[in-house]
Each structure stands twice: as C-alpha cells, then as structure tokens.
Design a protein around this ligand. Sequence first.
Ligand SMILES: [Fe+2]
Ligand SMILES: [Fe+2]
Length: 247
Amino acid sequence: MPYLPRRRDWDLSSLMDPVLASEVRCSREQARAFEPRLWMDLVAEYDARLLEAELARRASELDQPFSEEFGLFLKAWSLDEAKHADGLARLYRLVMGVTQEELDDRLRQRTGNFRGFDELLDDEFQLSVLFAYDEAMSTRGYGDDIPFYASLGPPAFGKLLRHLKNDEAVHYANAVELLGTRFPDRAGDVPEVMAKIIELDVAQESYEATFVLDHVSAEFTVDQMRQVGASVGAAIVRRLGASAASA
Ligand SMILES: [Fe+2]
Ligand SMILES: [Fe+2]
C-alpha cells in the first residue's frame, strides 16, 4: 500500500471567527502573567516553517535526498502546523489585545538555531524517529494544557486545544507509519536513535526556534521525556516488526 499521511478535517475559521474579546475571562493583569505561556505555545507552532525551510536547505545539499514519502509526510504536517499557528495567533490576539500586524512584526524576526541537531536532521530515518517523539510529546503537552486554555473563557479555546492535541496524535501516527513504510528492517537501530534524541532534549538549556525539542519549560519533566521516548520507541519497533513480518 502506498504511504498516505492522514489529516484531520476541521475548520479553524468557523471555530474562531465568532469568538469575541469580551468573552475572554481574564483581567489585564492575568493576561500579562499568562503572556509568556501563550507566546511560547504560539511560536512553537509558528517555528514549524523555520524547520521546514531548514530541511529544504539541507535536502538540497544531501547526497541522498529525502524520499517522496517523507515529502508527503512533511507537506501534511506543515499544513497542519501553519493552521495551529494561525489558531493560537487568533487566541493570543483575543487575550492580549494586540493586532495581527503587531504579532506578524514580532514573529517575522524569528530565526532558528539548528546547531547540534545536524546528524538528526540530515538522515531521514533519524529525522522520522525525531518527529515521532516530538509529536508524541506535543500530544501529551496539549492534553495537559486544555484545562488552562478552557479557563480563559470562550468554549472555542478548549475546543481549539483539543483539535491541536488530536492533530499532533495524527502527526505521531503518520511518522510511525512513515518509518514502517520506509525502514522496515531498522527496528534494531531505534533504541540508540531514541536514546540520543532524549539525551539531546534533556540537555537543551534554551529553546532556539527549532520547532523540535522545545521542552525546556516547567510543563515538561525529564521523567516525561524518558517515558514518552520509551513508549514511542516501543511503538516504532512494534510497527517495524509488523512490516518485517509481512514482507
Ligand atoms: Fe502543532
Ligand atoms: Fe504536530
């Protein structure tokens, strides 16, 4: 069967267009206190475009270019992440009372620093394991975030976060399927790559607009990174085992 990444079908405009700033239940003071968290979640989505550009730049210099299947995965992923950034930008504007122009000015200044990730980003197998891990972490993070966003008032906020969480779970599943399609005989290499990814994630001291490994915050613990890494690694090995058995 050819590889086809899945995308969930939901409409951002019909969810967020009707929301009014007057429905937001937090004071100016609270909004200021929440701002760093809202901003971090927004930029973590926005930065997908920086990672995509970085991968395109690297791909043009690689001896072995990324596969067509990987291209399909990335396209579906980038459409969703742009939609997530748009959704969280709308939410940010409603809570913080800024204009889209002000937000765009600030976002346009972002640049990613991908130093230290070279080996992971230049190899499709390792990159796919990295995506699986990172998207599983996002799924977990958004699951934990839903009560906070719902507490801001408009019911659409909680619904938006639920969509984001469910999309991230699909990205995770798409990455595992991609590995099953492209690398059926690499199950034995998964533990070492996953260990390297977790080590890198744990060692991050600051987030430098890379989209991946953005877990330097109070919301994630080292234990969570290790737990998620172990369960994602096991899921990939199971999937690769299944493709090897059916080959
Ligand atoms: Fe996302
Ligand atoms: Fe995602």
